[in-house]
Design a protein around this ligand. Structure first.
Ligand SMILES: [Zn+2]
Length: 74
């Protein structure tokens, strides 16, 4: 593991650095089933996903604030 990939925290939004509160991540972290994640109810635009650094893609979820901000712009 290099220093850069070690910096990716799956619990933090790769765009703003705030906790993303992803239910799927929480499920892994605490080992208990969670209700469906809020992210299943919002739309992630290709423009938003393109802002995620390549190293963080498929590692860390975007937080709800960033997702709603992006969808409000459309
Ligand atoms: Zn965010």
């Amino acid at each position: 593991m290099d220093a850069f990939s070690a910096a990716i925290d799956p619990a933090l939004c790769p765009l703003c650095g705030q906790p993303n509160r992803c239910a799927m991540q929480a499920e892994q972290a605490i080992g208990q089933a969670q209700p469906p994640c809020w992210c299943t109810g919002v739309e992630f635009t290709p423009e938003l996903l393109a802002q995620v650094p390549p190293a963080a893609r498929r590692q860390a979820c975007i937080c709800r604030t960033c997702a709603e901000k992006a969808s409000a712009q459309n």
